[in-house]
Write a protein that binds this ligand. Structure first.
Ligand SMILES: Cc1cc2nc3c(=O)[nH]c(=O)nc-3n(C[C@H](O)[C@H](O)[C@H](O)COP(=O)(O)OP(=O)(O)OC[C@H]3O[C@@H](n4cnc5c(N)ncnc54)[C@H](O)[C@@H]3O)c2cc1C
Length: 386
């Protein structure tokens, strides 16, 4: 990965944004269990950070995905996982399909405000009956005149409490599960859309995650993204940037936690010497730094291939798998060396331990990543037909 002056300038802009508009408030937002998404997104939008790789016609910068990667990596400087996740939903999860396949009218109405930071978006795929098996979702949209009428529910929807619109995956026919799905943009203010109560989570405390219910919700059919029946395919493509974003987003945070832990272990003395002087401790820190560098390289390689137009399903799945596992390893190992302090709620290792646990579950659990990698390796046994 060769970074240009533009990449470096963008990195500085994100760094300033994080230090000015996010980090001073993180503790309060984590404690309140919420953050002001519209305010934060407006600041990000003004700086151009919500549309770095989106078309200029809708207010984006029209740059390639390596620039978006720089934004994601630098947002890892936030002192919590919640805000980068909320911003990542906007840039890498709820809008890629709309940007790529949405009609001009739909992109003017929904993508442009999302890029400007005037609207908050959410991606609504998972359901209570199962999130890993996307093909098995049950929410339906039937045609009635010029509308779709939507019934069903979604679960675990990030940004839902503050979202202006959802990128919603629904079944538009009874056909084969990979060919009966459609992505539809659904404004949350429509009659029949109900946002459920915020879910009390282990981590990502400042991020709002809610169920969403749909009862006879009427949406014009022109809100459909692309062709009817292609939603599953589009979501699988959209997942690649979601997974790259998840992986890249962990790297800086892990670096920071390792550095903070090293500083603490230099100050903290046991048995007459600093903790860091114990070989088991400094070797562990060296080992973790090495692993983080390996992950960074894997992420950069995947992004380079993505920018070159290659299919990065394999590398993005590997990066996501590795990032989820390494984030758990780093936070657990670092927490250990903070001793009792590591077991307190506000401790950085404790927050990282709670927040990072999500990465092995959300956006496709580790086992789903292993399934994809196995399939692409040609070693996944085929399902027997009944
Ligand atoms: C904080 C948070 C935010 C989220 N945000 C969003 C969002 O914005 N939008 C959205 O659509 N979804 C969101 N999700 C949902 C998330 O993507 C799902 O939780 C995830 O896909 C797993 O689905 P599930 O919880 O239904 O687990 P299940 O599908 O029930 O799976 C449970 C566990 O079983 C294992 N497993 C599953 N399948 C297999 C298999 N084939 N082989 C072996 N093991 C397997 C995995 O370990 C998995 O964790 C969010 C979840 C959380 C917790």
């Amino acid at each position: 990965m060769r970074f240009t002056d533009e990449h470096l300038q963008l990195r500085r802009t994100v760094h300033q944004f994080v230090e000015q508009h996010i980090n001073p408030h993180v503790d309060a937002w984590e404690q309140a269990g919420a953050f002001p998404a519209h305010e934060v997104f407006r600041h990000a939008g003004k700086l151009g950070l919500l549309g770095v790789n989106k078309p200029e016609a809708y207010g984006g910068m029209g740059l390639d995905y390596s620039y978006q990667m720089v934004v994601t990596e630098e947002l890892g400087g936030c002192r919590c996982g919640s805000i980068p996740m909320a911003l990542g939903v906007q840039t890498d999860m709820a809008t890629p399909a709309l940007a790529r396949w949405g009609s001009d009218e739909l992109r003017r109405e929904f993508l442009a405000p999302a890029i400007a930071g005037e609207a908050v978006a959410a991606i609504a795929v998972s359901e209570a009956s199962g999130g890993s098996d996307v093909a098995a979702i049950k929410t339906t949209a039937r045609k009635d005149g010029g509308d779709y009428v939507i019934n069903g529910s979604k679960m675990w929807i990030t940004n839902a409490a503050q979202a202006d619109w959802l990128c919603l995956l629904v079944n538009t026919s009874d056909g084969a599960p990979h060919a009966n799905k459609t992505l539809v943009v659904v404004p949350t203010a429509l009659p029949g859309v109900q946002i459920g109560p915020k879910i009390d989570k282990l981590g990502m405390r400042a991020s709002d995650t809610c169920p969403v219910f749909f009862e006879e919700v009427r949406v014009p059919q022109r809100h459909r993204i692309g062709e009817e029946g292609t939603g599953f395919m589009m979501q699988m493509v959209q997942f690649q940037e979601e997974r790259l974003c998840g992986a890249v987003g962990t790297v800086r945070g892990m670096d920071r936690l390792i550095d903070q832990t090293i500083d603490y272990c230099k100050e903290r003395h046991t048995f007459g010497q600093p903790l860091i002087a114990n070989q088991v401790v400094h070797f562990r820190m060296a080992e973790l730094k090495t692993e983080v560098e390996a992950l960074r390289s894997l992420c950069y390689r995947a992004v380079e291939d993505h920018v070159a137009g290659g299919d990065v399903t394999m590398l993005a799945s590997m990066a996501k798998l590795k990032a989820g596992r390494l984030a758990r390893e780093v936070s657990d190992a670092c927490l250990q060396y903070w001793g009792g302090m590591g077991y307190t709620w506000e401790n950085p290792a404790a927050r990282s331990y709670r927040d990072s646990r999500l990465l092995s579950i959300g956006a496709g659990a580790d086992e789903i990543m292993l399934g994809i990698i196995s399939k692409l390796m040609g070693i996944l046994p085929g399902k027997k037909k009944r």
